[in-house]
Design a protein around this ligand. Structure first.
Ligand SMILES: Cc1cc2nc3c(=O)[nH]c(=O)nc-3n(C[C@H](O)[C@H](O)[C@H](O)COP(=O)(O)OP(=O)(O)OC[C@H]3O[C@@H](n4cnc5c(N)ncnc54)[C@H](O)[C@@H]3O)c2cc1C
Length: 416
């Protein structure tokens, strides 16, 4: 496998990893692009000052900015019909999260298949072809630039992601799992649900019988003629795969006791101020992440830098709320048993509360902590936001039946 290319400077991020920067980006987009989003969102004008889309995904992914805030902000400015498309796109993220949450085996199967593909990628003929693709040396107009944009910025426009994934699998004939892994390592918004399920959709696994094929005229139209790729695949075999597994129920959660507790943040939710903590008396807050486990190959330095600094930003905000959150916040060296136990002993607590970590590396880490913490007398509780709890149970079928529920979901979240 090719080594991870380092960005020019891991600290010089295109996306400033703070909530304030996310909110400023939202204000910018809301005043310039939101009203015309439905008609303009498919246009990829290239890196720079985009207003066709919000470029908020790095912030939403880590919940530096909440989905509910975007929807409320949109509805405060315009009637529902005028921003319906934007609200729907925000709910795509929620839908994918829920869909995977109800079918965790899909993530496990992907990880297993990925391990086998990475093994194959150690040898020819895959090794060289993969290296050429990951270095942006395929000669395919557009594709090579998207590789460079992804490596330099940690972001790609949605349409570019679709074209990229289609060319990767259908034109270059590379295994989709390696493409999904390449994205997950380099996208700052890299997300187990949105990423894996979007790749599955492109290759025809998500909606059985349907594949997504990038067409040269579509690329030319939506990039303002910047690219006119030649030789793109014009058909693709639908993979012989079983339909997705049936949905389970979202896992029930025990309520934390009304006792002093330590609040442990992961990269999944970095807005502790708005967590539904109810009667929990938080006496200390810390953060740790599992971003290095996004892939067996780790994650790009820029992804790690964003995650680390975004966590520092969340902790700094809790300092401003010190009366509510107790002791001085801290960064744990790792999401491991020893540092968590040492911190609990220091605080004198036997309860740890974690904002719910959906299917993915952070969840795996948290669940691996549960038995040894319990053995040491420390109980771990996860708390789920109303936004997720109301929507996820409806992610049982396709997006369109889910989308019909959006007005009801908005009402349930006090937004309708
Ligand atoms: C192959 C492929 C891989 C992808 N991988 C990821 C990923 O790892 N992480 C990720 O967050 N998104 C992923 N997406 C979805 C989508 O491309 C990005 O969410 C979107 O491009 C983010 O840009 P934006 O913030 O400017 O979006 P906007 O258009 O401004 O949308 C606002 C917000 O809505 C959500 N959203 C919009 N479109 C989608 C969508 N199609 N699916 C899910 N959420 C959406 C995002 O949170 C986004 O920030 C992927 C799509 C494809 C086709």
């Amino acid at each position: 496998m090719p080594p991870l290319p380092a960005p020019e400077s891991p600290t010089k991020l295109r996306f400033e990893p703070t909530r304030a920067a996310g909110l400023a980006r939202w204000d910018h987009f809301a005043s310039r692009g939101l009203r015309s989003y439905a008609g303009r969102r498919n246009h990829d004008v290239g890196p720079g000052e985009r207003t066709e889309v919000s470029e908020l995904s790095p912030y939403v992914r880590h919940r530096l900015v909440l989905e509910a805030e975007l929807v409320r902000g949109a509805l405060d400015r315009h009637p529902f019909q005028a921003v319906e498309k934007f609200v729907q796109e925000v709910y795509w993220r929620t839908y994918w999260k829920g869909w995977l949450e109800l079918r965790p085996a899909v993530w496990r199967d992907y990880r297993q298949a990925l391990a086998a593909r990475l093994d194959e990628a150690e040898r020819e003929p895959l090794a060289t072809r993969l290296q050429e693709a990951c270095a942006g040396r395929t000669g395919i107009d557009g594709f090579d630039d998207w590789v460079r944009e992804l490596l330099a910025t940690g972001y790609l426009h949605n349409h570019a992601r679709m074209w990229f994934a289609s060319i990767w699998t259908h034109t270059l004939g590379l295994p989709w799992e390696l493409g999904a892994d390449f994205f997950l390592r380099h996208l700052i918004d890299g997300d187990p649900a949105s990423n894996t399920l979007s790749w599955r959709w492109v290759v025809g696994l998500q909606t059985p019988g349907k594949v997504y094929l990038a067409r040269a005229d579509n690329v030319a139209k939506y990039t303002g003629g910047r690219y006119a790729p030649r030789g793109l695949a014009t058909d693709a075999a639908v993979p012989p795969a079983p339909p997705p597994p049936p949905a389970s129920e979202p896992s029930p959660l025990a309520t934390p006791p009304a006792a002093p507790a330590a609040l442990l943040l992961t990269e999944e939710d970095l807005h502790p101020e708005s967590l539904p903590l109810d009667a929990v008396e938080v006496v200390g807050v810390a953060a740790g992440h599992a971003a290095t486990e996004r892939s067996p190959l780790g994650a790009a330095p820029s992804v790690l830098a964003f995650t680390r600094d975004a966590q520092a930003d969340a902790l700094a905000r809790t300092q401003a709320l010190v009366g509510r959150f107790g002791a001085v916040p801290r960064v744990l060296p790792a999401l491991d048993v020893e540092p968590v136990l040492a911190w609990c002993r220091e605080l004198g607590v036997s309860t740890v509360v974690v904002p719910y970590a959906p299917v993915g590396p952070a969840r795996d880490r948290i669940e691996s902590l549960r038995p040894p913490l319990a053995a040491a007398g420390v109980a771990l509780y996860q708390i789920r936001r109303q936004w997720d709890a109301s929507a996820w149970p409806h992610a049982r079928r396709g997006f369109f039946p889910f989308a019909e529920r959006i007005p009801a979901l908005l009402r349930e979240n006090g937004l309708g």
